[in-house]
Design a binder for this molecule. Structure first.
Ligand SMILES: O=C(O)CC1=CCC(=O)O1
Length: 263
C-alpha cells in the first residue's frame, strides 16, 4: 500500500526500483507533489531504489492543521524511511524539499549518503513575504497566486513552448490544499539553516537554474557553505529542473554519484 501513517499523519509515497539497490529519496517543493520527479525517477529506477512522497499538506498526504515546523517534515521523512527500512540514501530535494534535505543531513547524518540540492538555499525569502502568502492562501485560496507562481517555477521558454505541460502543472498547484500550502509556507518563514550547514559532511551537489525567479543563482550559491560541495548552474531553466530538463539534471546527478562512489 503506498500510504503510511507517521505519528497520525497519512503520507502518500511511491517506491520503485530493485529491492536492496542504493536508495534515492526525492523531496518535493511547495505547491507540488511527488509527480514532479516522475521523469527523473524513470531514468534511475532500473538501478536505484527510488522513494518519492507527497510531503504533508500536499498531494494525497494529510494536511494537518497548524503551522508546520522543519522538525514536523523531518519526523515525517525519518518515519517514512524507518517504515520502509531505508537506513541511508542519497537525498534529492528541490526548494523547500532541499531545505528538508539539508535539515535531515544535520539531524541524522548517518541517513544521508549524499545530498542533491536543487534550487534551494539554507534560508528562502523573508518573514514578511511568507506572512503575506500565508494570509492570501488562508483567506482567498491559491487562484490569485497561480500565474505569478508559474512565472517563478518555469522559464519563459518553457511557458512559451510547452503550454499543455504548463496548464497541467498549474492544475497541480491549484489543487493543492490551501491550508496545507499556508502551513508549509510557515516552515519557510521560520527556517534558517545558514549558521548550521557548514557542519554537513555528506558529499553535496548543488544545482541552480539561471532562469529561476524563486531561488536565483546567487541565493542558491549560499548552499556552497557546505564543505566540498559542487555547484552547477543549468542555463535556461527555472525552479523545477526535474520538470523542465530531467535529462540534464539526471546527467549531473549520475556524474556526481559516480564521483561520490554511490552510483
Ligand atoms: O515561490 C514559489 O512558489 C516557489 C517555491 C518557494 C519555496 C518552494 O518550495 O517553492
Amino acid at each position: 500500500m503506498p500510504f503510511v501513517r507517521i505519528s497520525g499523519t497519512l503520507l502518500h509515497y511511491r517506491l520503485t526500483g530493485p529491492e536492496g539497490a542504493p536508495p534515492l529519496v526525492f523531496v518535493n517543493s511547495l505547491g507540488t507533489d511527488a509527480r514532479i520527479w516522475d521523469a527523473l525517477i524513470a531514468t534511475f529506477s532500473d538501478r536505484f531504489r527510488c522513494l518519492s512522497y507527497d510531503k504533508r499538506g500536499h498531494g494525497l498526504s494529510d494536511a494537518p492543521e497548524g503551522d508546520y515546523t522543519l522538525d514536523d517534515h523531518l519526523n515525517d521523512l525519518e518515519g517514512l524511511l524507518d517504515e520502509l527500512r531505508l537506513d541511508e540514501g542519497t537525498v534529492i530535494g528541490v526548494s523547500i524539499g532541499g531545505l528538508i534535505a539539508q535539515g535531515l543531513a544535520l539531524r541524522a547524518p548517518h541517513r544521508v549518503a549524499a545530498l542533491v540540492l536543487c534550487c534551494t538555499a539554507p534560508r528562502m525569502g523573508d518573514a514578511a513575504m511568507w506572512a503575506a502568502r500565508i494570509e492570501t492562501a488562508r483567506s482567498k485560496g491559491l487562484e490569485s497566486m497561480a500565474d505569478p507562481v508559474m512565472e517563478r517555477w518555469f522559464s519563459p521558454d518553457f511557458r512559451r513552448h510547452r503550454p499543455d505541460e504548463l496548464a497541467g502543472w498549474r492544475n497541480l498547484f491549484l489543487r493543492t490544499n490551501p491550508l496545507g500550502y499556508a502551513n508549509t509556507c510557515a516552515t519557510l518563514r521560520d527556517t534558517d539553516l545558514g549558521a548550521d550547514i557548514a557542519q554537513i559532511r555528506a558529499p553535496t551537489l548543488i544545482v541552480a537554474g539561471d532562469a529561476d525567479l524563486a531561488a536565483p543563482v546567487e541565493l542558491v550559491r549560499n548552499c556552497t557553505a557546505i564543505p566540498g560541495s559542487r555547484f552547477e548552474v543549468l542555463d535556461g531553466i527555472g525552479h523545477i529542473p526535474s520538470i523542465e530538463q530531467p535529462a540534464r539534471l539526471a546527467d549531473l546527478i549520475q556524474d556526481f554519484l559516480k564521483e561520490a562512489d554511490h552510483g
